[in-house]
Design a protein around this ligand. Structure first.
Ligand SMILES: [Zn+2]
Length: 419
């Protein structure tokens, strides 16, 4: 998810400039060519040529009314044609493929949940299932617009983001390092596996880490004027993501944003990651349920049953359950102090099971943060529950795919599409 390296050849420069123009109009339109030139720093003649290209791809249209109040010759304002291209997100869980489709304005136009019963450790079979879903979505889009009998070019599925529960390298192949939830214990080139199963080259596929996608979605959903945030969420262990300046911070290899393995106790228990006393040892669901005496329920009835029983106990002020949450909150506080000291983010969002636990976590976290807040009240460090619930991953992956098309609109063909 890092920015692409600066282009060097003229074709790459043109592709980048197409993205500059389209993104500006998507974010600030409708606007005239002169406004686009001023905002992007491109020459007016270049903007005119780029707009012609984007119009030919069906991504822009000119308003009929002339724009008044601008200096020089009045121009017809340009607007994004959001229905021309669609993007899709596929979230893989152990039981389902959750799928959503959106237009280029970000409006979700289709959602579905497709059950699967794939055996663990079968990435090729998973790629078959994902490719089948993508192929069907693309066909449905083309069919629907045909029956609309609209004069508009048919919608094309331009980009798909697959949200994966596991670290995803920042290399060209977007390699999934490991995904224990699915029994993938070695590297998997999921993007290549899926792309090889699609009927044509028209759809670009990306694989993104699920918690990173969720962090980005929370950042956009909060709509505060902050530059970044850190998401910490509990589900299978503790995951998270770091957003800085509106972008996912990927680190050197693409796997930054693992708050579960921040050590919070010098003399804590050994952790699976090779360190000791990590946040996950105290605040991951398994650890909290064990401290609350619910391990057997967790193993026999599953995560939801254990969570439901824990919430019942907390609502009855059960002292063992309250102590378990206090321990988790102490550990979270230590991790939050470390994270914010290092990154200077002013927002930490707690998601997944931490969202449900928030009323019991917040008082302890507030108390532990009070010293730092008193020293630097201007920093306004906020700890907030996630706003998107379980939708964060899917919406984040959709947002990633949408921004990728706006940044590189050349993935949308000119004239009628080939699907
Ligand atoms: Zn660890």
């Amino acid at each position: 998810m890092d920015p692409a390296p600066p282009p060097t050849d003229s074709a790459a420069i043109r592709r980048r400039n197409l993205g500059l123009v389209l993104r500006h109009i998507a974010d600030h339109g409708p606007c005239a060519r002169t406004e686009v030139a001023a905002a992007t720093g491109l020459a007016h003649g270049s903007v005119t040529a780029l707009v012609a290209d984007l119009t030919d791809r069906g991504l822009l249209r000119e308003d009929d009314a002339l724009r008044s109040g601008t200096r020089g010759r009045p121009g017809r304002p340009l607007r994004l044609e959001p229905r021309r291209a669609a993007v899709a997100a596929v979230q893989i869980t152990s039981e389902h493929l959750r799928v959503a489709v959106a237009d280029l304005a970000g409006t979700v136009v289709q959602r579905e949940t497709v059950p699967h019963d794939l055996a663990p450790g079968t990435p090729a079979a998973m790629a078959d299932a994902i490719a089948a879903v993508i192929t069907r979505i693309a066909a449905n889009l083309a069919e629907r617009t045909d029956t609309d009998r609209s004069s508009d070019p048919p919608a094309v599925l331009a980009r798909v983001a697959i949200a994966m529960a596991g670290p995803v390298l920042d290399d060209a192949a977007q390699t999934v390092v490991v995904a224990p939830d699915f029994g993938w214990m070695t590297e998997v080139r999921l993007r290549d596996l899926v792309a090889a199963r699609l009927p044509g080259p028209a759809v670009t596929v990306d694989v993104v880490n699920d918690a990173n996608a969720a962090a980005l979605a929370e950042f956009h959903a909060l709509q505060r004027n902050s530059r970044g945030l850190v998401l910490i969420e509990a589900g299978t262990g503790i995951g998270g993501g770091v957003v800085i300046d509106g972008r996912i911070h990927t680190g050197s290899h693409g796997i930054a944003g693992e708050p579960g393995h921040i050590p919070v106790a010098m003399d804590g228990p050994d952790c699976v990651c090779g360190a000791r006393g990590c946040l996950a040892c105290y605040a991951a669901p398994e650890a909290v349920f064990e401290a609350a005496g619910l391990t057997e329920l967790l193993h026999h009835k599953g995560l939801q049953a254990a969570q439901s029983e824990l919430l019942t106990l907390l609502n009855c002020a059960d002292p063992v359950a309250l102590t378990a949450l206090d321990t988790a909150a102490q550990a979270l506080s230590a991790a939050i102090l470390s994270i914010t000291a290092l990154l200077d983010t002013d927002e930490v969002v707690l998601g997944g099971l931490l969202y449900d636990w928030f009323p019991w976590l917040a008082p302890t976290i507030d108390a532990r943060l009070s010293g730092r807040r008193a020293l630097a009240p201007r920093l306004g460090l906020r700890i907030t529950p996630a706003t998107l619930g379980t939708d964060g991953i899917l919406l984040g992956a959709l947002g990633f795919a949408r921004r990728a098309v706006l940044a590189d609109p050349a993935v949308v063909p000119t004239g009628s599409n080939e699907w």
